[in-house]
Write a protein that binds this ligand. Structure first.
Ligand code: NDP
Length: 373
């Protein structure tokens, strides 16, 4: 370990001496070397739900140094067989939704990443906590704040971590904008705008089935603008107002929101104005405005590369696959107790769920809702 570290230090020091390498490419080279020579602990992860995002996470994890895909939980035997062959997953690390409580007897799996429809997150997380496994859960963490609290309690009493798949919390340009705001480079923050949306296709999919999704665009995509309003402004909102527009009530049935505009008020005086929709494409933009400057990110929350500029110019930082960074960082949180710049724990998931509850209540009542922490 010591000699590897010495070797790495010498190797990177020799790169410093190379004048042709820019600061950015030097940092990138150093990161790659650190990855190659990593010999610390590795988080052994099973993915639950082998759908479109689960597939993306599995691919991204192949480049992880601190996390490794070792197991699967799925309701589709053909997918299990395909993943076993592709990722060399042993039979003893494969489960279905009926038998996965048995994972408690499997010492070769440390954590399970839940990537299933939203309504399944809570019951699956509670079963995994009871099985003694760390839980990583996709956003939204649950259908509402009451469910989120149950998940936090279950994981606390089982002594396991509960983390939420907020991949933007580890994205380099996002973190640079936050560093600049914290350093006062934008002055007093007065305004945030978040636009999140896409035109949803297949009307039969779970995303527009209230029983499985818990809502509509807000649960799925609008949550990015909501979450960003909080991390970009750096405060917790104290009030919310919201309005819903529905042009296709056949596709978007009762309880499934097509388009919601919501506004959040912050204690320092800033206001956020956000749009969440399943009816329009090309909505992936954040804008933060302060007395001395601004930050603009477009795309701001897609898979990237994220583009960010401020009043001082473009932010140039290398793009690394979001889910690779996320899983390495989550492994460091679980295995090394690392503190992330932006939280990704159950309490963070709960904060968003409380505001989502309030946005739906504001749509229903047409009133301004006060938020309590
Ligand atoms: P998919 O429909 O592509 O996949 C979901 C998978 O869940 C299915 O393939 C299936 O896997 C499993 N599943 C179990 N029960 C059901 C059920 N009743 N109906 C449908 N599927 C079921 O969805 P996504 O992968 O796009 O989304 C899954 C989760 O990930 C959601 O919570 C979503 O919000 C989140 N997500 C997060 C993203 C991010 O960037 N952080 C991006 C996209 C999604 P199997 O056949 O193996 O059982």
């Amino acid at each position: 370990m010591r000699s590897r570290r010495d070797f790495l230090q010498k190797l990177t020091a020799s790169f410093i001496a190379m004048p042709i390498l820019s600061r950015q490419s030097y940092a990138e080279t150093e990161r790659k070397l650190t990855d190659i020579f990593y010999d610390g602990p590795v988080l052994r992860v099973a993915i639950m739900g082998l759908g479109s995002y689960g597939t993306r996470v599995a691919e991204a994890m192949q480049a992880c140094t601190k996390a490794k895909l070792v197991g699967v939980i799925s309701g589709t035997p053909a997918k299990i067989a395909a993943w076993q062959a592709k990722y060399n997953i042993p039979e003893k690390n494969c489960y279905n939704y009926e038998n996965f409580d048995e994972i408690k007897n499997n010492p070769d799996i440390d954590a399970v990443y839940i990537i299933t429809p939203n309504a399944l997150h809570k019951p699956q997380a509670i079963r995994l906590a009871k099985a003694g496994k760390h839980v990583i859960c996709e956003k939204p963490m649950a259908l509402n704040a009451a469910e989120g609290k149950e998940m936090i309690t279950a994981c606390k009493s089982a002594g396991v971590h509960l983390l939420v798949g907020y991949r933007m919390h580890f994205e380099a340009k996002t973190l640079e904008v936050i560093r600049m705001r914290q350093a006062g480079e934008f002055g007093k923050i007065l305004f945030f705008q978040g636009l999140s949306g896409f035109r949803i296709g297949d009307p039969a999919q779970w995303r527009i089935n209230k029983g499985l999704s818990g809502g509509g665009s807000l649960m799925d995509i609008g949550i990015y603008s909501l979450n960003a309003a909080r991390y970009m402004i750096g405060e917790e909102p104290v009030w919310v107002t919201a309005q819903e527009t529905k042009n296709d009530p056949v596709k978007f049935k009762e309880g499934v929101d097509e388009t919601i505009q919501f506004q959040l008020g912050f204690p320092g005086g800033a206001v956020a104005s956000c749009l969440s929709t399943y009816a329009m494409n090309n909505l992936d933009r954040f804008f933060l405005n302060g007395e001395k400057g601004f930050a603009e990110m477009q795309p701001g929350h897609g898979y990237g590369p994220i583009k960010a500029k401020t009043n001082k110019g473009d932010i140039e930082l290398p793009h690394i696959t979001h889910q690779t960074v996320q899983m390495n960082e989550m492994a460091a949180i679980i295995l090394e107790g690392k503190q992330p710049v932006l939280p990704v724990d159950g309490e963070e998931g709960l904060r968003d769920l409380k505001i989502i509850d309030a946005i739906y209540a504001a749509v229903k009542s047409g009133k301004k809702i006060q938020l309590t922490s």
